[in-house]
Design a protein. Structure first.
Length: 118
């Protein structure tokens, strides 16, 4: 199983970024995919999630209306579009795959740094 995030970087407040996560080594289309973030000195928190089919999505309150999670089950990719970025969005962003089973198994990417600063 491999998850590789990309697309992070330095952006000014109010700017936009599109994070990507390339998945391999498992049945991507059966997995719930999520984006998490971890700011310095804080716990890792869920940002957004999308069901295996892509029909349903969910967002944490601080990013609602500013972020969109999407996936491509042909390319085995999951994306996080982030707009109107704020300094408090600064964090390392991680992609997570939850593989269904008894029990479910989670896999994580290595993370990509997002810094929002003028």
């Amino acid at each position: 199983v491999q998850l590789v995030e990309s697309g992070g970087g330095l952006v000014q407040p109010g700017g936009s970024l599109r994070l990507s996560c390339a998945a391999s080594g498992f049945t991507f289309s059966r997995s719930v995919m999520s984006w998490y973030r971890q700011a310095p000195g804080k716990e890792r928190e869920l940002v957004a999630a999308i069901t295996s089919s892509g029909v349903s999505t969910g967002y944490t309150d601080p990013v609602k209306g500013r972020c969109t999670i999407s996936r491509d089950n042909v390319k085995n990719m999951v994306y996080l579009e982030m707009n109107s970025l704020k300094p408090e969005d600064t964090a390392v962003y991680y992609c997570k795959a939850r593989l269904p089973g008894f029990p479910d198994v989670d896999y994580w990417g290595q993370g990509t740094q997002v810094t929002v600063s003028s």
